[in-house]
Design a protein around this ligand. Structure first.
Ligand code: ZN
Ligand code: ZN
Length: 401
C-alpha cells in the first residue's frame, strides 16, 4: 500500500478520535464478565448498524457479534476484537471509572472493541475501493472461557471463509505511538493443574505417628520449581505457578490433606511434556518416599500456544512502518507466558497474527500492566492509531492473500 493511502487511513482514525474515546469509555464504565457480554454485544451490533453495515449477526458463540463489510470481491479477511472484562476492582479515579463493583476492563478489551468499531467505520466508507470483504469478529470470553472456540464451533470461519486474520492487543511494554510485532510463538499454552497430597492426621506433638501433608507439600513445591530450573532446557520458556494452597483443620493437628491449584505455561511441546512427566511420575516417588500419596490432575482445556504467521507479520510490519515510520515499529523480543485464545484461529489453519498497540506513557503515568487495578491508557492518543492500523491491515491482507 502506498504512503499516501496509509497517511489517509491514519487521518481517518484521527478524525474519529472523539467517537473512539466515547465508545471505549462507555465500555470501560460498563464492563461485563466472560460469556456474559450481553450489553457490550448489543452496543457493538448497534454501532455496526449505525455505521451502515448491513450484515450484522448476533449470538455467534453465545454473545459474539460478527459484521461483514462487502467490498469489490468475495475474497475475505478477518479482524478480531475481544469484549470481556475481568473480576477486579478498579483503583483508577477517573471520570470513566467502572460503574460495576468488582468488574473492570483491565486487559484493554474495551480499547480493542473501540478500535475494531473504528476500523469498521473506516473500511465501510471505503467499501467501493476495497479489494475484498472484511469480517469483523467481536468475540466473548477471552479471559479463560475460550470464546474464540465457541465462535468457531458456531461457524465463524465459514460463509464466507477467511484467507487470513489479524488482531491487536494493548500493551504497556510498548510505548504509546508505537506498534509491536513478533514472529513465531507469541503466547503460551496454558493448563490448569491440581495436586492433592494425602498424608495422615496425628497429634501435632507426635508427627511421627502421622504423615504431615503440609511438610510434604512444601517439599513438593520446591522440587517442582527446582526441576524446572535444573532439569529442563532453560532456553525454552515455561513455568508452573500455584495460586492456591489449601490444607489443614487445626493448629495442633497434623494436616492429612493439602491441595495445590495452579497453572502450567509453556511454549514448546518438549517443555510441556517434561513438566507433565515430572508431576505424574517423579513427584509421586518423592511424595511416596515421605509416606504420602499424590493425586495429579492436569486439565487439558487451557489455551494452545499462539503462533504468529510470518506472512501476516510481514504485512503488519510493512503497514505499520508505512503508516507510522519504521522508528515506531518495534520487535517484541520475547513471547508472553500469558494465554490468548486468538490461538484457536491459527490452530484452525488460518494465517493469523496479533500485533501490539503500544500504550506505555511514563510521563502521563500509564505504566500499569494488564490485569492490574490501575491499568489505563491515554485513549485519545492510542485509539486512532489502533483503528487506523486495523483498517490498514485488513486492506493489506486483502492485497496479499
Ligand atoms: Zn487478559
Ligand atoms: Zn487480553
Amino acid at each position: 500500500m502506498n504512503q499516501r493511502t496509509l497517511a489517509g487511513l491514519l487521518a481517518e482514525g484521527r478524525k474519529r478520535r472523539r467517537e473512539l474515546v466515547a465508545w471505549r469509555r462507555h465500555l470501560h464504565m460498563n464492563p461485563e464478565p466472560s460469556m456474559q457480554e450481553h450489553e457490550t454485544a448489543a452496543f457493538v451490533a448497534e454501532r455496526l448498524r449505525e455505521t451502515g453495515i448491513d450484515r450484522v449477526m448476533e449470538g455467534i458463540g453465545q454473545t459474539g457479534v460478527v459484521g461483514l463489510i462487502r467490498g469489490q470481491s468475495s475474497k475475505t479477511v478477518g479482524l478480531r476484537a475481544d469484549m470481556d472484562a475481568l473480576e477486579l476492582e478498579e483503583a483508577n479515579r477517573v471520570p470513566y471509572q467502572s460503574k460495576r463493583p468488582g468488574l473492570m476492563h483491565a486487559c484493554g478489551h474495551d480499547a480493542h472493541v473501540a478500535c475494531l468499531l473504528g476500523a469498521a467505520a473506516i473500511l465501510h466508507a471505503r467499501r467501493a475501493r476495497l479489494p475484498g470483504s472484511v469480517k469483523l469478529i467481536f468475540q466473548p470470553g477471552e479471559e479463560g472461557a475460550g470464546g474464540a472456540r465457541h465462535m468457531i464451533d458456531d461457524g465463524v470461519l465459514r460463509r464466507p471463509q477467511m484467507r487470513a486474520i489479524a488482531a491487536l492487543h494493548a500493551d504497556t511494554q510498548v510505548d504509546a505511538g508505537k506498534i509491536g510485532v513478533r514472529r513465531g510463538y507469541d503466547t503460551a499454552q496454558t493448563e490448569d493443574v491440581r495436586i492433592v497430597i494425602m498424608g495422615k492426621a496425628a497429634h501435632a506433638a507426635r508427627p511421627d505417628q502421622g504423615v504431615d501433608a503440609i511438610a510434604v507439600a512444601s517439599q513438593a513445591l520446591v522440587a517442582i520449581q527446582q526441576f524446572i530450573a535444573r532439569h529442563t532446557n532453560s532456553v525454552d520458556r515455561k513455568l508452573v505457578t500455584f495460586g492456591i494452597i489449601r490444607g489443614g483443620t487445626r493448629s495442633n493437628v497434623l494436616a492429612d490433606r493439602v491441595e495445590l491449584t495452579g497453572t502450567i505455561r509453556s511454549l514448546e511441546t518438549e517443555g510441556r511434556e517434561a513438566i507433565t512427566r515430572f508431576l505424574r511420575r517423579d513427584l509421586r516417588k518423592l511424595v511416596g518416599a515421605m509416606g504420602a500419596r499424590l493425586r495429579v490432575k492436569i486439565e487439558k482445556d487451557g489455551y494452545p500456544p499462539s503462533v504468529n504467521d510470518d506472512t501476516v507479520v510481514d504485512v503488519i510490519s510493512a503497514t505499520s512502518s508505512g503508516m507510522l515510520g519504521a522508528e515506531n515499529v518495534v520487535d517484541v523480543p520475547k513471547p508472553n507466558l500469558g494465554g490468548e485464545d486468538f490461538a484457536y484461529f491459527g490452530l484452525a489453519g488460518l494465517p493469523a497474527a496479533m500485533f501490539r498497540l503500544g500504550i506505555r506513557d511514563e510521563k502521563k503515568g500509564f505504566t500499569s500492566p494488564g490485569h492490574s487495578s490501575t491499568f489505563d491508557m491515554d485513549d485519545r492518543r492510542v485509539l486512532p492509531i489502533g483503528a487506523a492500523m486495523m483498517a490498514a491491515t485488513a486492506i493489506a491482507l486483502l492485497q496479499e492473500f
